[in-house]
Ligand binder design. Sequence first.
Ligand code: MSP
Length: 531
Amino acid sequence: MVEKPSFYITTPIYYVNAAPHLGTAYCTILSDVMARYKRSTGYNVKFLTGLDEHGEKVQQAAEAHNMTPQEWCDSLAPAFHDIWKTLEISNDDFIRTTEQRQIDAVQYLWNRMKEAGYIYKGSYDGWYCVPEETYFTETQVQKADEERHTEGQHLCPDCGRPLERVQEESWFFKLSEFQDKLLALYDEHPDFVMPDFRMREVRTFVEGGLRDISVSRTSFDWGIPVPFDDKHVTYVWFDALLNYATAVGFGSPAMADEYAYRWPAQFHVVGKDIIRFHCVIWPAMLMAIGEAIPEHVFAHGFLMVRDDEGKNVKMSKSLGNAISPKDVIDLLGVEGYRYYFMTDCVPGEDGGISYGRMEQVYNADLANSWGNLVSRALNMSAKYFDGKTPELPDDWAQTQNPLRSIAEGIAERYCASMDVIQYTQAKDVVMELVHAANHYIEDSAPWSVAKDPARADELALIIANLLESIRICAHLLAPFLPSTSAEVLRRMSLEDEIDTDDLVAMCAWGGLKGGVTVTKGDALFPRLQKK
Ligand code: MSP
């Protein structure tokens, strides 16, 4: 048997300290849709998410709660498991950086780095932002302070919170030696960073020159000890980035086959704020130890709240405009939630969200178009064909009709957009068929055809064309609406088609089963009423 090709996709590992929110859920659903889509097109997918649990920030928060850092992390982890389960996230693994596999891998990394000659001991004197777990140089801080008129206070250039002065012995990673190699990587793989405009930003940054970075700390101890210098713990990002390799067996002799099969990853999905870590530091770390570089880093934008004047503003608790995942689930249900964020926010760009728009998208696409189509077609089939799909002659699928024309090549067009995470376009491709099918009902008026027994074959064909369109759309919508699609297929007695791994073949016109039970069922997406 030929082994399926591997497709390895990851989300960032989230800081355990901050409860899961709309932004982290967005990133995770974005990756989940890709994972589901790839499974349906014949890949053996590994989809990884997890938690980033080390660092000064976690240690400080644990102390404030009178817990050990491990107890503190353990108390927070379940909230992530719960929300991912609720949102139908199909991850195959969940890594926590406090697990033994990560400790072993990070220590192995240190030894490999030392052997390769890319680390050295020095002393760090500069600024550190604890909430962002990021170092800043004197010049960066001065410039930002001047721009902000901070009156002598030193604030984080990124988040504006007070900085900590760090003066300590530290191990350094020779990032400065990787400028040319990184530029060569970007030249050879112009789609290493997606979308394009992010690739250009990264390149410009690297062209500006790279400095060695401090990768260990001595002033606190909540981190992975440096194996040959136990006064030092690993800088949290040096630890966190490695999680992607750890989860597929980096450094573990017992997992050598798995590592060879899975590494490098196909996609790291990340937010735009953490691009430099993933597109500069991470590939340089891998180059230093001679490991393969991931194929793509996809950077998504930020979710912003669209205010009454149509302007996008940052979501924040203090502005009173923060929306929580629970608020959205309460309004749209889980499937509506997934559909809205995946098809109405253009991946890669900042997304302006609002309750008004959520209701609009839900009602227009899910209640009035997709839900309505399924309910009308299944009801008519059940009504005119005695609770069944129509019995069909062998060559029924050969007959030309407007739906069949749209369905021809639909899976290929859809895949072309899905492969590059252009979900909004992929959705448009499917919706074309959904809308056409709704029009087809009006144009062909099955209710009048049904009145004339002489037109029984015609009626069977109309209903078959509708059901066949629905079957295809259910498959194509499955990554966004997994439960709904499975339910639609079940209602048409096609349960054996759920979780296909050959989407294109599955979407070929003519797969409908004739003469099998149809179940009408409840409305899939009841219309939202204006409050
Ligand atoms: N722990 C690091 C990642 C280490 S990966 C090796 C981290 N964690 S985080 O919890 O702060 O953020 C994780 C992700 O959430 C980032 O990709 C970030 O872009 C995303 N988001 C945070 N707020 C967001 C929005 N408002 N909108 C969309 N995504 C946002 O960084």
